[in-house]
Design a protein around this ligand. Sequence first.
Ligand code: NAD
Ligand code: UDP
Length: 313
Amino acid sequence: MGHSKNILVAGGAGFIGTNLIKSLLDQDHHVICLDNFLTGHRSNLMHLEDNSRLSILEHDVIQPMDMQVDMIYNLACAGSPPAYQADPIHTLKTSVYGVENLAQLALKNHCPMFHASTSEIYGEPLNHPQQESDWGNVNTLGIRACYDEGKRAAEALLFDYKRSHGLDIRIARIFNTYGPNMQADDGRVISNFINQVLRSEPMSMYGQGEQTRSFCYVDDMVEAIQALMALASAPASPVNLGNPSEYSMLEIADTIASLLNCRPQLVFKPLPEDDPTRRCPDISLAQTLLDWSPSTDLIHGLSRTIAYFKNQL
Ligand code: NAD
Ligand code: UDP
């Protein structure tokens, strides 16, 4: 990326945000972490707070903001289903008003903007693996719609800003990502399973556990996000980012139990409404465009995540 830049990371106190900020500071950039601390925590940034190139700003992206920056990363939005469903109207406002405020800021600063979209825009996928050309199959009225439809509206809004105002927008459709700095209690499957085993509790398996997801280790994701921002110009479409190795939740439970040297103990609970049955990214566009592929396999990524949560205890 060349010389040091002034970079805004909205949602920077969250899981992916803190990992991204660490990498940006390591490259000598100045970072403004803007966050309303809904799901992110100051403690996530504690080890970076001494760095004079990091400033932390408590702010909700729903409210307009003004500052001088060279680059914007927008990660602001609760990522875990229980967290984004807790105040669904706020989630929708974050994805629409918040995204518009950041788009306005990017235009004012004539700078590129990254936006974290999601595999959720594909809903219950009609094609497998999911490609960027798929239009998605989302229940517009269900309990996940605040997030899925919010992220779809954000993509539409950002592409209208691109067409109408020339916004330099780079959108990643992020597939399930995991690793250090996930909140132990935010309800996602990998953090839930690991922490349940560490507390000698059974793992909470929703449905029969046959639904699949494809999990990407956070370092690989942070590398891809920055590669997208390093492109000389914005791609014509959003880009899938994720690790295409696909596992059922039963396989995930077995793998976590074996890494923790125990037999898997499960308690079965109802499958949440509209929980997608399968999900796997086609990452050929990212591979071509970014010359990137994930390099951390599940065993190594889970081992590092387990070490992080053990240390947290
Ligand atoms: P996270 O919940 O850990 O972090 C989100 C951060 O945004 C938190 O610090 C939260 O306090 C902040 N935030 C939420 N609403 C805000 C608002 N209105 N104003 C300011 N700050 C706000 O989630 P994450 O896993 O780090 O996800 C980061 C981004 O990536 C999100 O946009 C999410 O939708 C997207 N994403 C994540 C995944 C994943 O598997 N982690 C998958 C797909 C997409
Ligand atoms: N899940 C589960 N037990 C949990 C949490 C989640 O079985 O304690 C399931 C969930 O129903 C989904 C999958 O794991 O099928 C991934 O859930 P997560 O919330 O991590 O991500 P998302 O649903 O957004 O893909």
